[in-house]
Every structure is written in structure tokens, then in C-alpha cells.
Design a protein. Structure first.
Lengths: 168, 197
């Protein structure tokens, strides 16, 4: 039986960001989004804002948004746990239309995962009432556009879980 | 030591069209920016997410490169977001002035000492993190004489102020509420900056 390569290329994600006129990517690197780095740094329309801890990202994005820019956050699911107070206070409470691209560490379609970062993340997003989309392949990359549209329509944060490590 | 209110008044008197992003003590409705401001439409009070005023200010400075952005930060707040010093210096916005109100205590929770209050060298920390210009004032006279140098200095600028603690002991639910909501502040600020939603 022929197998089909299932992969998400960083170019597909960057194309979605460019199509939506995203101005800044506020991020802390992780395994799932590692291959994005070179492409992001070479993309002149995107300003990369590296942070030291994930809780900074929503706050920096809030300042950019109030100042008229269109930021997106790119972190790992472990960072969502660290950033809870920022998501609450500078995402949900201020109605920031923020899209958070979240590396889904531990995600598997093949049964139970032993990684608690994967086991807890969707429960946490449900608890906060944050809608999320899952992307694993290039075919699903346009869900980033859906997430951006939803965040702007509802004035609420929306998450996009990146359920695979990028292909190079 | 400098009186907290005097420090905010002096900064406000020099603000021109600068945006102020204030946290905790500097944002106290009884003696901080909300009672003193001469241009509340350019004020962004950040008390909804502890410690993140410096990060919000960085975002605003990157979005509004032609406008000064002053962060009125606290020592307890900055300790909770210490990496922000490096994040700021890495992006190095020339229009950001990061003012640290060092009162050595958690003033809004009853005045407990912050960790390392007698040991931490904030000026050295800002320099080591990579701020382009660093100032420090421990009395109002020196601050009054020296504050005009800070906006002209190469940014990002760090201004350390040694201030008297103004302790808040009232339980949160009984405190005087701010007359403006954060939503009002965001709408006013965006509108004043000419941002279309």
C-alpha cells in the first residue's frame, strides 16, 4: 500500500501569516516550531520578537495590538501553562483578538500519550473557553486563517495547536 | 527617598505626548497615575496581569516607533517578569523609557519585603541586561534636575527611582475602584494613537 507523506512545512504557515497581514511573531522556540526560525527571520514582512518566558508574549502582543499592529504568538503548550495569568488578564479580560500558535508537545493520534503537556492542554483551553484548531499537515494550514477570522470576529484569543514537528 | 506621588507628578509634567503604561503602585488610584495624569487618554493601566507592564510597554513601543512610551514599573512587578529586561534590550526600541519605582516592598498587598530588597542592584541589572542608557535618582531634587536628560538619551532607557513605600492594606474588594475600565483605556489609547479597529 502506498503511503502518503504527511507533513507540515513552515512555508505553509508563513504564507498564512503573510496572507493575513500579520506584522509581528512574538515567540519562544520549541521543538514543534523549530524549523520555522530560519524562514521567519528571513521574512521581511514579519518582525520576530523573541521572549525569555511565554507569559511575556500575550502582554507584548497586547501592546502591539493597542498600538495598531497585527501580532501572533508562537509558543509550546508547556508555555500556555506558564502564561495563564497573561492569557486571563491581557487576552480574555481585555478582549484581545489574539491567535496563539501552540506547539502540541506529546500529541498523538495513536492512543494514549504519557506526556502530561498533551493530556492537559485541551482541558485547559476548554476551561478558559478558548476555541482551538489542530493543524498537522499543509492541507490544514488554512485553519490559521479561520482562527484569525474567529479571533477578530469574537474579540477573543483563539489557539491553533500544531500537532506535528515541521518538515524542513 | 522620593515620594511616590511626586515622582509620578514630575514624570507626567514632562510627558508631552508620551504613552504611560503603569503597574500596581504607580497606578494606584489614590496616589498614582490615575489621580495625577494630565492626559488619561494616553494612559494604559496594567494591573490585570501581574508584572506585565514592561512587556505591554515594549509592544506599544514597537508599534509606535515615533512616540515615547514610558513604563511605570515596580520592583516587585519586575521581579516577577525579570526576563523582560533582556527581551526589551534585545529588541532595543529607542523610544522606550522603563521607569522602576523601587520601594523595596509589595506595597499593594500590605508592605511585605520583596526578596532581595536590600541586595538587588537594579541599576547594575539593567546595565548588564543591555539597556542603552541607565539613570538612578534617590531624591526629588536630583530627579528634578536630571529627568530632562532621560528622554534624549539613547534608548532603551532605564530610570531607577528609590521611592517611599505607600502601603495599601485595604482588602481588594473594598478599595476605591478605578473610574476608567481597562476597556475604556484601550479604546481611548487606540483612538488617540489613530488606530482604526
Amino acid at each position: 500500500m502506498a503511503t502518503q507523506e504527511v507533513i507540515l512545512h513552515p512555508a505553509s504557515v508563513v504564507a498564512e501569516l503573510k496572507n493575513n497581514n500579520i506584522s509581528h511573531v512574538v515567540w519562544l522556540p520549541d521543538n514543534e516550531t523549530n524549523f520555522m526560525y530560519q524562514l521567519l527571520t528571513n521574512e521581511p514582512t514579519l518582525d520576530l520578537v523573541p521572549v525569555c518566558r511565554e507569559g511575556e508574549t500575550m502582554a507584548i502582543a497586547a501592546g502591539l495590538w493597542v498600538g495598531g499592529k497585527r501580532p501572533i504568538v508562537l509558543i509550546q503548550n508547556t508555555g500556555i501553562f506558564e502564561a495563564g495569568d497573561s492569557i486571563r488578564g491581557l487576552g480574555l479580560d481585555v478582549n484581545q483578538p489574539l491567535v496563539m500558535l501552540v506547539g502540541y508537545r506529546g500529541w498523538s493520534r495513536h492512543g494514549l500519550t504519557r506526556d502530561s503537556a498533551a493530556r492537559f492542554i485541551e482541558h485547559i483551553l476548554h476551561a478558559w473557553g478558548i476555541t482551538y484548531y489542530l493543524i498537522e499537515t499543509d492541507d490544514a494550514a488554512d485553519r490559521i486563517s479561520l482562527a484569525i477570522e474567529e479571533a477578530e470576529r469574537t474579540s477573543k484569543p483563539v489557539a491553533v495547536l500544531v500537532g506535528t514537528e515541521f518538515g524542513s | 527617598m522620593i515620594d511616590n506621588t511626586d515622582a509620578v507628578k514630575l514624570l507626567d509634567s514632562k510627558r508631552n505626548d508620551a504613552v504611560f503604561v503603569a503597574t500596581m503602585n504607580a497606578n494606584n488610584v489614590n496616589f498614582g497615575l490615575p489621580t495625577i495624569t494630565t492626559n488619561e487618554k494616553l494612559d494604559f493601566p496594567v494591573s490585570g496581569a501581574m508584572s506585565k507592564a514592561s512587556s505591554v510597554a515594549l509592544g506599544l513601543a514597537l508599534a509606535q516607533l515615533d512616540r515615547k512610551v514610558l513604563c511605570l514599573d515596580g520592583d516587585g512587578s519586575l521581579l516577577m517578569n525579570l526576563g523582560a529586561l533582556v527581551t526589551v534590550s534585545d529588541k532595543a526600541p529607542k523610544n522606550l523609557v522603563h521607569v522602576l519605582f523601587n520601594n523595596k516592598v509589595y506595597a499593594v498587598t500590605g508592605g511585605q519585603p520583596i526578596p532581595g530588597s536590600e541586595k538587588v542592584d537594579w541599576v547594575g541589572m539593567a546595565r548588564s541586561a543591555g539597556y542603552a542608557s541607565v539613570f538612578s535618582f534617590d531624591n526629588l531634587e536630583d530627579m528634578t534636575n536630571g529627568i530632562d536628560e532621560t528622554p534624549a538619551a539613547e534608548g532603551p532607557v532605564f530610570v531607577h527611582l528609590l521611592v517611599k513605600p505607600e502601603i495599601e492594606n485595604t482588602p481588594v474588594q473594598f478599595r476605591t475602584p478605578a473610574k476608567r475600565t481597562v476597556h475604556n483605556a484601550i479604546n481611548d489609547l487606540s483612538e488617540t494613537l489613530g488606530v482604526k479597529r
